[in-house]
Structures are given as structure tokens and as C-alpha cells.
Design a protein around this ligand. Structure first.
Ligand code: ZN
Length: 389
């Protein structure tokens, strides 16, 4: 059970229980999203143990050899932010480390801008090989827990990493130890201060099993301030690909004086609103699934990712006449979700299915096209409704 990873207080208010199933487990599990009454931070207090060991070293879904355009555009905008607020990255000899680099897609933007000393760090051993082959970038295999480097870095970047980490203070200490005096840290995380702004396209997307820390601008600043880092730039960017908001922040290591913590009210208000919006959107999906339960015609669900993991645990999806899940991710193929096998797209033709439910809100059109054009699927296709009535 975690206490607040920002202020270490154990005084917390439960605000949401998020159930999900995980491939390979026989029973649904969950985590509890809580609000720290001392500093206002929102976090999962009991993340599933599966995610604490080798999950990331096996996670191939972060390794796209051909990066979807949307993701590439996000990296380009992250790079622009860094280049605008830190012009000295173009100085001679500057070296940069990207933690959770995957195969170096983000670092490639620095390299294209003429910055040669770029290094990646990723737990997946495949990332090293692919980064060298595609970009000529050196990616070390491992995590920040054990990484040592001969020379300190001017800039350390973490894009979509911090929200996954259990012990944030240890992470910032390790980052600090790898930085030059007066060095910089760039952070990109989902902006919990914006979760509740509007009904989400995919309900509860932000409560993916591996996302356990929900930062606002103030709580992110509070984490780093305790380690002598000052926030020098911060902005929120809308991310069209996932239809959510990212918080981008640049910190500089300035002093050894720890800052005084204050309470941030933004996260709680925003997350409570997000939960209400998500419930309303999910209610539409529940109606679609209820119809499939009544019909009981043979069904295949396309997608065994985060959305499916939540739908299996929170809706009647498992009460449909479900033959199989289909997923392109080889890491998932061959596993089961509560006894139902996950198989390949090409296996669809050998299944006596009448209907395919597309359990994705990001890749819906692409999957439908694959079904019609490549797999010549002539049965019914049901797409998740992502609008409130
Ligand atoms: Zn706290």
C-alpha cells in the first residue's frame, strides 16, 4: 500500500476503484485511486503486483518500428518545447539522456537538429538493436535503478514515464545523480488537471493499469522542488492522437534547499469530474454490450489492450458468446483473458464468428479497414460508441 509519493503523507481519501483484468491472470483485479489530503496529489495506492516486475522489459507495444503519425507529431512538439526554452542544447558537447526511450523516436528529433551526444535507456532489450539500426542511436538496456554513466548529462528527458513509477523520490534522486551541475530535466506526463475538462473519447483511459501517478502542474513542481529543482517552463498541450492533454515541464537544478509543500486543489476537482464524464460515456458502451449479450451470436473482440482489460472487468462483455480476442501484439497472442484466448488477426477466418467488436477508440478506422480490405471480413462490425447521448 503506497502513501503519497509526493509528500509521503498517509492521509488519503479514496475517490475511485478501477477494476481491470490482466492477460494471463484468471481473476479481475483493481487499483484504488486516492487523493492525498495533505498535498492534493492523486495516485493509485495499490497497483497490481504484475506491473512491478518484468512487465516493461517484455512490453513490445511501446516499440513501433513504423511510428504512427500521431505519435511522431507529439514527439516533434515536445522537442520544439525543449528547444524553445533551452536554446543551450545546441552548444558544443551537450549530452542528453532519454529515460524510457524505447527505440529512440524522441531522441531522433535532437539528432536531426545536429545534437550528436544522445543516449537512450529502456528496459526492453529489443530497443537497443532497433535504435541502432533505425537511427544510429545508442540505447542502454535497463532502468534508472541500475544505470551508471561515465559523464553527466546536461539534459535528461522522460516522456510518458513518470506516471508509471512507484517511488518518485528515488527516481528524482537517480536523475539528479546523472545530471551536470545546473542541469535540466524535461518531463511529459498526462495532465490530470485537464482530465475533467470534457467527456473523454475513451472512458477511464487515464486509469490504465500501468498509470499510477496523476500529476498536475503544481504537484509535479512540488515533487521536483523537494530535490532543489526549479520549474523554468511549463505548458499543457492537447494531444490529438489520444485525445487527451499532456503536461510539459522543464526543470533546472538550482539549489539544495527543499521547498515548502502547499496543497493543490486542482487534481481532485478535475479527476472527480473525469470519473463522472467517464461513467456517462461508458454507459453507452454498456448498452452496446448488453445487446451483444442478448443476441449471443458468436463474437470476436478486436483488441486486448487497456480498454478491453477494463471492459472485461466492469461490463457484461464476458457474458457475450465470446470466442476469442484478436490482437496484433505478439506478446499478448497465446495468452488468455479470463479463459478466453488471444489470437492473431489471421486466425479470424478460422473462427465461426458472426460479429467483431472493435475495442479501440484510437485505431477504430484502421482496424475496420484491415477487417474489410485485408481480412475480407463480411460479418457485422460493432464500434465502441464514444459519445454521450
Ligand atoms: Zn501528498
Amino acid at each position: 500500500m503506497r502513501n503519497c509519493p509526493i509528500c509521503r503523507s498517509g492521509d488519503k481519501e479514496p475517490i475511485h476503484r478501477q477494476p481491470f483484468v490482466l492477460p494471463g491472470l484468471t481473476d479481475p483485479t483493481h487499483y484504488d485511486v486516492v487523493h492525498c489530503r495533505a498535498c492534493g496529489f492523486i495516485y493509485a495506492e495499490n497497483p497490481p503486483p504484475l506491473l512491478q516486475n518484468d512487465y516493461y522489459s517484455e512490453a513490445t507495444h511501446h516499440l513501433h518500428t513504423v511510428l504512427p503519425y500521431g505519435l511522431s507529431a507529439i514527439h516533434a512538439r515536445f522537442f520544439e518545447f525543449v528547444a524553445m526554452h533551452l536554446p543551450s542544447i545546441h552548444d558544443e558537447g551537450v549530452s542528453i539522456l532519454d529515460i524510457g526511450s524505447a527505440m529512440g523516436h524522441f531522441l531522433a528529433h535532437f539528432k536531426r537538429a545536429g545534437i550528436q551526444r544522445v543516449t537512450g535507456l529502456d528496459p526492453n532489450p529489443m530497443a537497443r538493436f532497433q535504435a541502432l539500426q533505425q537511427y544510429g542511436i545508442n540505447v542502454h538496456t535497463g532502468t534508472i535503478d541500475h544505470f551508471r554513466h561515465e559523464h553527466p548529462f546536461r539534459l535528461i528527458t522522460l516522456c510518458g514515464v513518470l506516471e508509471h513509477l512507484h517511488d518518485l523520490h528515488i527516481a528524482v534522486e537517480r536523475i539528479d545523480a546523472l545530471l551536470e551541475t545546473g542541469g535540466y530535466v524535461f518531463i511529459a506526463v498526462p495532465d490530470a488537471g485537464c482530465f475533467g475538462l470534457e467527456p473523454p473519447a475513451e472512458p477511464f483511459l487515464e486509469f490504465a493499469a500501468e498509470h499510477i501517478d496523476f500529476f498536475t502542474r503544481n504537484t509535479l513542481a512540488a515533487l521536483f522542488a523537494q530535490h532543489g529543482f526549479q520549474m523554468v517552463a511549463c505548458e499543457t498541450q492537447h494531444n490529438d492522437f489520444y485525445n487527451n492533454h499532456y503536461l510539459l515541464a522543464l526543470f533546472r537544478r538550482t539549489s539544495d534547499t527543499a521547498a515548502v509543500l502547499t496543497y493543490d486543489a486542482i487534481g481532485r476537482t478535475s479527476v472527480l469530474s473525469y470519473i463522472e464524464h467517464s461513467k456517462a460515456v461508458l454507459a453507452q458502451t454498456e448498452i452496446q454490450i448488453a445487446e451483444l449479450v442478448v443476441r449471443q451470436d458468436p463474437l470476436v473482440v478486436w483488441g486486448a489492450g487497456s480498454l478491453t482489460m477494463r471492459l472485461c472487468a466492469t461490463t457484461a462483455l464476458m457474458e457475450t458468446n465470446l470466442l476469442a480476442f484478436i490482437d496484433r501484439n505478439p506478446q499478448l497472442q497465446g495468452k488468455k483473458i479470463i479463459g478466453v484466448p488471444i489470437t492473431t488477426p489471421s486466425a479470424l477466418s478460422s473462427l465461426p464468428a458472426h460479429t467483431v467488436l472493435i475495442a479501440s477508440t484510437t485505431y477504430t478506422d484502421e482496424i475496420e479497414k484491415t477487417l474489410r480490405d485485408e481480412l475480407h471480413w463480411s460479418g457485422q462490425i460493432v464500434k465502441i460508441t464514444s459519445k454521450q447521448l
